[in-house]
Design a protein around this ligand. Structure first.
Ligand code: ADP
Length: 391
């Protein structure tokens, strides 16, 4: 009996030991499993955060604005361009579209998406501190089963394009007007001649002189337009060579000596000897010629015009063409380099100006990497400055 009890006790002990071993093994296994699971979870979360960051970087680098809405019409995703356009922050994720963009027209587009699959090329004007024109594309989103999952709005900024279109239209209108004026004068002189004025020698001379003068004006205008178009498009090939600036100014003075004499304007070349620019000499002559011609035309009859220059830091020269005429009104200073801008239209036309001289100056100087500016006070003359690379 005692033996039997002892055997049972040993067997029970052995079973206990075996159970304890299995339990210990299981506990070790499950704790290893839990550790592996936790590590996997951490890695998964890190990967998810990495994906999220990459997606945000990608969307934020887009030029177009993007807003994604969930099925309840709340913001699920937005990028920096959209936030800047409408002035909301990323904290607005979860808010309604109207709360974030505060624009009923945009919200109305999303409402329309219920009936339409997509609304493309919708033009939207934003007023405010920085008014802009946007092209909006609103698209309904669906999963593989065709169930609606929300909507996506893409905003493309058309402001610059619209400005360029406006400038192009204005330019075409200006060119047409500039061409029409001399053409109609030529036409009416020719008609008068055809009507029989040929027999009157004085009238004949006068009418032929009108035709000649305005044909010259048309040629000048077309030459200036072509040059400007070439400079503007970068099609004009420059041949920069070391050019002595004093000699270039002297050549221009010689060319314009008659005009200066007619208005009794004294021309002074104050450029020091030995100052050499690395420029296309034709363009330099053109720049100087336009500025000196303007100084003679718009300066004071009996006054003086001085061209001076000096070296500037960084390997540049600065040339200044200064007159002592009536000067330019402050509100016109920022505009004189625009095509066809004139302070006094009648005066410019009477002097044979095309309204393109300073625009050509600006583009020719910029083609060499230089800059132009003007300083003037009413009654104190005008000073045009431009920089050129030194040789
Ligand atoms: P334009 O063919 O009319 O001379 P520009 O482009 O050369 O065209 O000049 C634009 C306008 O700038 C001129 O019409 C004139 O009103 C003004 N302007 C240019 N140079 C001077 C100057 N030296 N003094 C006063 N006004 C000037």
């Amino acid at each position: 009996m005692t033996l039997l009890l002892a055997v049972a006790a040993v067997a029970a002990l052995a079973a206990l030991v075996a159970w304890w071993r299995v339990r210990r093994l299981r506990t070790a296994e499950s704790s290893a499993h839990a550790t592996a699971l936790a590590a996997l979870k951490v890695r998964h979360n890190e990967e998810l955060a990495g994906h999220q960051r990459r997606l945000e970087t990608l969307l934020d680098s887009m030029v177009d604005g993007l807003i994604v809405l969930d099925t309840r019409g709340r913001i699920a995703l937005s990028n920096r361009a959209a936030e800047t356009l409408f002035g909301f922050s990323r904290q607005m994720v979860g808010c309604t579209l109207l709360e974030a963009v505060r624009h009923h027209e945009v919200a109305a587009l999303v409402t329309r998406l219920g009936a339409e699959a997509a609304i493309l090329d919708h033009e939207l004007r934003l007023e405010g501190l920085q008014p802009c024109v946007l092209q909006v594309n609103a698209i309904g989103l669906h999963d593989a089963a065709g169930t609606g999952t929300g909507a996506m709005l893409v905003f493309h900024d058309l402001t610059r394009l619209r400005e360029l279109e406006g400038a192009r239209q204005e330019f075409v209108a200006n060119v047409s007007h500039e061409l029409r004026t001399p053409l109609s004068l030529i036409k009416s002189a020719a008609e008068t001649l055809l009507d029989g004025t040929k027999s009157d020698p004085a009238a004949l001379d006068r009418l032929l002189a009108i035709i000649d003068r305005h044909a010259d004006r048309l040629t000048l205008l077309i030459d200036d337009l072509l040059l400007l178009a070439q400079l503007d498009s970068g099609r004009l090939v420059l041949h920069p060579q070391p050019a002595p600036v004093r000699a270039a100014v002297q050549e221009v003075f010689d060319d314009l000596a008659k005009r200066a004499q007619a208005r009794e304007v004294r021309l002074e070349n104050a450029i020091p000897d030995g100052l050499t620019a690395k420029v296309d000499s034709d363009r330099l002559r053109q720049v100087l010629s336009n500025l000196v011609d303007n100084g003679i035309k718009y300066g004071r009859p009996g006054g003086s015009l001085t061209v001076s220059a000096g070296a500037k830091a960084g390997g540049w020269l600065e040339v200044c063409v200064r007159d002592d005429g009536p000067g330019i009104p402050p509100e016109a200073l920022a505009r004189v380099f625009e095509r066809f801008y004139r302070v006094d239209k009648a005066r410019s036309r009477e002097q044979g100006g095309t309204g393109l001289g300073l625009a050509i100056v600006k583009h020719a100087v910029q083609a060499h990497g230089g800059e132009v500016r003007v300083e003037s006070e009413l009654g104190q003359g005008a000073a045009f400055y431009f920089t050129l690379p030194a040789a």
